[in-house]
Write a protein that binds this ligand. Sequence first.
Ligand SMILES: [Zn+2]
Length: 70
Amino acid sequence: MGTLVIIGLIAVGGYFVSLWVHPFHRCRVCKGTPGRHWGSVYTYSFRRCRACGGTGRQDRLGRKIFFNGS
Ligand SMILES: [Zn+2]
């Protein structure tokens, strides 16, 4: 039983370290293009992606929960 607790703590600790080192994931909407939403008619035109604000990245779920965003 104690071994399971230790493994669990290591897994949780590793996840927190991962959140600290890599707090973002690629934006799902613009796929990190970066932050561009391309026009479908005038394909040379684009606007800033609304989901990520033009950064092409979004906070990871754990980052929002445990660190209140970046
Ligand atoms: Zn985006």
